[in-house]
Design a protein around this ligand. Structure first.
Ligand code: FES
Ligand code: FE
Length: 453
């Protein structure tokens, strides 16, 4: 408890000890206290087109089977057979009326009912009640703008309350076009040496790294030379650890109206958005942000004059350990966009933020080195002197919120700022140290972290 008090104090001063990045005990708490109770992204509804469509996903260590039922509803189950517990469905996606277990052949329908047992009548007696062996539903499921989330806590606050003001920005990103967005291809995924907090923070709250980490784009002439270029615009702190950076340019407007999207689409945006949302979309170059704990997004502009395009990239950072993540990466595009534009945008994505993209490679190396550097004797020193803290002091004593910003949240008039990172860490610590009566795990206050003498 004392350790967490000190941590809280240090964080209030804008400092974060390096050892919290990969500390194994912190990690166990994070999985129980944070991932056991917050909304985690599962899929976009365009991935499940027809009744019987399904995808398999993970909520950290809980395998999930998400299906579209015959009535068009989405249902999520633990993807684990109720007989002996093996994975029921081993494919990534597909379409089925029934799921048959690969171990002993029990089968379940889209409603999760157990409908078939191999040699059922002969090997089980009258006492076998099939309806007691249905698939176990994921306790909560919620949808906003086509984004399907799950929650392992039956008592969690509703998804819309959890998203809060992020909904307003999701409307711009996901709800501007008739028919909404669609996922193109399947989500790509790969494993990286990284910590989920650091990747989340990088996307949600760190436009400051762009000029240096992605220096090659400046050298190739794709990005401006001005070292402040990713800082123009607003960083918006949204609560519950969520936030967004609305990046414009030195003039306060993007050089690319509506992120280079075809002019034929603009009237549709005006129809679907409020005047304030429409205005923000008209003058933004890049939206980049995150929904705590582990969903990030970026909506950039790529290409050259005459061939500009925009897309929406969602990423899920699935923790596989304190120093390892599985990255899930979705490409989304306006369903109503012209087909050849969608194709061009997809190519732009592959070359930049796809697993082999230039921007992706830059970040991956940094993230691996962050976890490596957090494991040494000096970084892990938990004496209260904390000589091993990281710096979250950017902009803190001089930047005041901009009351004229048209969107909700606390909007600061620059994106080179640690306000959002600090709000992420504060929420992280709040959840980590929260007493939850329904939780079987340890409370942070009972946890004893050994302090070396
Ligand atoms: Fe699924 Fe036995 S484990 S049928
Ligand atoms: Fe980056």
């Amino acid at each position: 408890a004392k350790m967490f008090q000190t941590l809280k104090q240090k964080m209030a001063e804008g400092l974060l000890p390096q050892w919290v990045v990969t500390d194994p005990e912190i990690y166990v708490l994070e999985i129980d206290k944070i991932f056991g109770h917050t909304w985690q992204f599962l899929a976009h509804e365009s991935e499940l087109k027809e009744p019987g469509s399904y995808v398999t996903r993970w909520m950290v260590n809980d395998p999930v089977l998400l299906v579209k039922t015959n009535s068009g509803e989405f249902k999520a189950y633990l993807n684990s057979c109720t007989h002996r517990g093996t994975h029921l469905c081993t494919a990534d996606f597909g379409k089925k009326k029934t799921f048959t277990c690969p171990y002993h052949g029990w089968s379940f329908n889209l409603e999760g009912d157990l409908i078939g047992i191999v040699a059922g009548d002969k090997v089980y007696g009258q006492e076998m009640k099939k309806d007691q062996w249905s698939l176990r539903p994921i306790p909560r499921i919620g949808i906003y703008q086509g984004m399907i989330f799950g929650n392992l806590d039956p008592n969690a606050m509703p998804l819309e309350d959890y998203l809060g003001d992020m909904k307003w920005y999701f409307d711009i990103l996901l709800g501007r076009s008739d028919g909404g967005m669609e996922v193109r291809g399947v989500p790509q995924r790969w494993v990286a040496q990284a910590n989920w907090k650091m990747t989340f923070e990088n996307f949600a709250a760190d436009p400051y790294h762009v000029q240096t980490t992605h220096r090659s784009t400046v050298e190739m002439g794709i990005s401006p030379k001005d070292p402040l270029y990713a800082g123009y615009g607003h960083q918006v702190v949204l609560g519950h650890g969520h936030g967004i950076n609305v990046i414009t340019s030195a003039t306060g407007r993007s050089a690319y109206a509506f992120q280079g999207m075809p002019e034929s689409m603009w009237p549709m945006f005006e129809r679907n958005l409020s005047p304030e949302q429409f205005e923000i979309l008209s003058k933004t170059t890049v939206f980049v942000g995150g929904v705590f704990p582990n969903l990030s997004f970026v909506s950039p502009v790529h290409g050259t004059e005459g061939h500009l395009h925009n897309y929406l990239n969602f990423r899920l950072w699935r923790p596989l350990g304190p120093d390892k993540i599985e990255i899930w990466c979705w490409f989304m595009i306006d369903k109503a966009a012209p087909e050849e534009y969608k194709e061009e945008a997809y190519k732009g994505y592959i070359g930049s933020f796809g697993p082999s993209g230039t921007l992706e490679q830059d970040d991956t190396e940094i993230w691996a080195r962050m976890v490596q550097a957090s494991k040494g004797i000096m970084a892990r020193d938990k004496t209260l002197s904390y000589n091993n803290v990281c710096n979250y002091l950017m902009g803190f004593d001089r930047v005041e919120p901009d009351e004229t910003f048209p969107g909700p949240g606390i909007a600061y008039p620059t994106c080179y700022l640690d306000s959002l990172s600090r709000s992420i860490h504060e929420y992280w610590l709040e959840l980590l140290t929260r007493d939850l009566p329904i939780d079987g795990g340890k409370n942070a206050n009972e946890l004893e972290i050994t302090i070396p003498n």
